[in-house]
Design a protein. Structure first.
Length: 132
């Protein structure tokens, strides 16, 4: 059985790296064979990215689609080799509309790192620029 050394502080640091848009820090939290399942996409799990390079590209898409992306009011939970981070996602699209919606990430941990990040977000319509 793998040793799970993931803590609430670990998930908080992961969240802080997202808000800094720090891809190198984010990838340091991930296993070599990591997977990321995005909030949207053509498949049952959304769009899936498998392996370090694909996950890196998937993570970077968030900042390409929402240059001011932020994950606010984070709360983190761990139960064995699984965890959840709950937050409010905010970001502005290129057309000026904003997304502001509650979301969760469901994690699977292995050997003290994140093996799977599965993201879910409320399907709230984009808001006009300046509206909350």
């Amino acid at each position: 059985m793998s040793q799970n050394t993931v803590t609430i502080a670990f998930l908080q640091a992961f969240s802080e790296a997202w808000n800094r848009h720090d891809i190198e820090a984010l990838m340091s939290f991930m296993t070599d064979d990591c997977q990321f399942h995005a909030t949207a996409g053509p498949d049952l799990l959304g769009r899936s990215f498998k392996g370090r390079e694909a996950v890196r590209q998937g993570f970077e898409l968030a900042w390409q689609n929402f240059p001011d992306a932020a994950w606010l009011d984070g709360r983190h939970f761990i139960s064995g080799e699984h965890g959840i981070s709950e937050s409010t996602f905010t970001g502005t699209k290129a057309d000026g509309t904003r997304v502001e919606a509650r979301m969760v990430d469901v994690f699977t941990f292995r050997d003290g790192k994140i093996a799977i990040k599965n993201a879910y977000r409320k399907d709230r319509p984009p808001l006009p620029a300046g509206q909350r």
